[in-house]
Design a protein around this ligand. Structure first.
Ligand SMILES: Cc1cc2nc3c(=O)[nH]c(=O)nc-3n(C[C@H](O)[C@H](O)[C@H](O)COP(=O)(O)OP(=O)(O)OC[C@H]3O[C@@H](n4cnc5c(N)ncnc54)[C@H](O)[C@@H]3O)c2cc1C
Length: 424
């Protein structure tokens, strides 16, 4: 047991969205939080990202609005789906009343910066997290509670959170074996276009509102291809993700690389039988990135000794439901919930190993089934979007899983609901 004057030491490996959300969620008096980030944190990937209603509900309770508002997030009000012929075939209103909160559209860099500012701000309860950049974690010992950096330095911690992404090193220590990310056979072209470049294009009605204060998401689907697009940064940019099966993407190096520059010509060829207005959007992009999508199978466990995995390290998933970041926020909330009374009152300021392990088991019990199911749903959503018989019958319905995804009120409530169900 620790002495009354020592702080509860928490080390988080990885300063991405999962790591920073965890740092915010775990902030409390007498805790010392250190985030070890491999990169110099100079540039998150430039792309749009959404926080789904299930995650918006959580961050709204953290009191970090002033940090996230700098990111000029935009509520997404409508989802429209078009077929290859350019006809709208489905429309879904994204009302706060239906899903409990807004689906918010962010630029990844801005969301990351907002979370970083909140994690390190003196204005929130508990000491600000210390973020150490250029600090790659090479190994960790879950039972001893130590993390070793590539340079050889070893840090001791009461609790270690592995938030080091899809290629996690901490995961290897938890599982005692390496689990590699699996190429999913799908690649994504990513385009980020200044709104200015789109103003003279003829686009479907209401696809881009003249005053883009509120967002809307447009999908166009055909066969095994689909494009998802919408505004970001308060309407200054327009983000496009165009999915293509690897074998059809006409980019030779697609299987050997993770993120690289994509060819506009190849993108146009892949979408040759889609409407001209879509190709005009592709033509308006200053540059095009290419990203091979990978995920992992559900892991046998996320926790061992003093360590737990969160975010992509625990459950990397395809972006077809836009739940990757939101599931990371749910992980962070679960840690906050099950550690709120750790260490137990009157037992000193540092929890013992049993208290840590027991709280981590509760986090895992609350989170595993749901996150694994959303991982699998995201794979299902990646199936061809049309029925294969006629070119324009869109069979895929993104609304299908919205109810399950958004009907979430935090980890303690979820665990209680699961227990009630199993005792029925
Ligand atoms: C371009 C792009 C677009 C995306 N779009 C969406 C979207 O629209 N909706 C959505 O929900 N999800 C999206 N995702 C996925 C989403 O970003 C992730 O699921 C989510 O951010 C959780 O990420 P993470 O923090 O677990 O991992 P990451 O974002 O990968 O962060 C991991 C961090 O750990 C650091 N790190 C790695 N190894 C080490 C190490 N050994 N030591 C120390 N630090 C280390 C990395 O540098 C990184 O900063 C997208 C991802 C990308 C890349």
């Amino acid at each position: 047991m620790g002495s009354a004057t020592e702080k509860f030491r928490i080390v988080i490996a990885g300063g991405g969205i999962a790591g920073l959300a965890t740092a915010i969620a775990l902030r409390a008096p007498n805790r010392q939080i250190t985030v070890l980030e491999r990169s110099r944190m100079l540039g998150e990937v430039g792309a749009l990202i959404s926080l789904q209603p299930n995650a918006t509900k959580i961050v709204e309770k953290w009191g970090i609005d002033k940090f996230l508002e700098q990111a000029e997030p935009m509520p997404d009000r409508t989802f429209r789906i078009y077929n290859v012929e350019g006809q709208m075939v489905r429309k879904m209103a994204l009302e706060k009343e239906t899903f409990g909160a807004d689906r918010m559209l962010y630029h990844r860099q801005d969301l990351h910066k907002g979370l970083l500012d909140a994690a390190t701000s003196p204005d929130l309860p508990g000491p600000p997290a210390v973020v150490r950049t250029s600090s790659p974690v090479a190994d960790c010992d879950p039972e001893a509670g130590t993390v070793t950096l590539q340079g050889g330095e070893t840090l001791e911690a009461d609790l270690i959170v592995g938030a080091d992404g899809i290629h996690s090193e901490v995961r290897t220590a938890v599982l005692s074996e390496e689990r590699r990310a699996i190429p999913t056979g799908i690649s994504a072209y990513r385009l980020l276009i200044p709104f200015e470049n789109l103003k003279d294009l003829v686009l479907p009605e209401k696809m881009i509102e003249s005053k883009a204060i509120e967002g809307s998401t447009t999908m166009i689907m055909g066969h095994d291809k689909r494009v998802i697009m919408g505004p970001g940064r308060g309407g200054k940019v327009f983000g496009v993700v165009a999915l293509v099966p690897d074998e059809k993407m006409n980019e030779e190096s697609s299987t050997s690389s993770w993120v690289e520059a994509g060819s506009r010509q190849k993108l146009m060829e892949s979408y040759a039988d889609f409407p001209d207005w879509l190709k005009n959007i592709f033509a308006a992009a200053p540059d095009i990135a290419l990203w091979q999508l990978r995920d992992i199978d559900p892991l046998p466990t996320w926790t061992k000794g003093r360590v737990i995995l969160v975010g992509d390290a625990a459950h990397a998933m395809l972006p077809t439901q836009g739940q990757g970041a939101s599931q990371s926020v749910e992980d962070a909330e679960a840690l906050r919930a099950f550690f709120k009374n750790v260490p137990a009152a009157g037992t000193g300021s540092r929890p013992n190993a049993d208290e840590i392990t027991s709280a981590l088991q509760s986090v895992f019990a609350a989170r595993y089934e749901r996150a694994s199911l959303i991982q699998l749903y995201s794979r299902q959503q990646a199936r061809p979007a049309t029925d294969g018989k006629t070119s324009n019958t869109v069979t895929l319905d993104p609304a299908q899983f919205m109810k399950y995804n958004c009907d979430y009120e935090g980890a303690e409530d979820w665990l209680a609901r699961q227990r009630a169900k199993s005792s029925e």
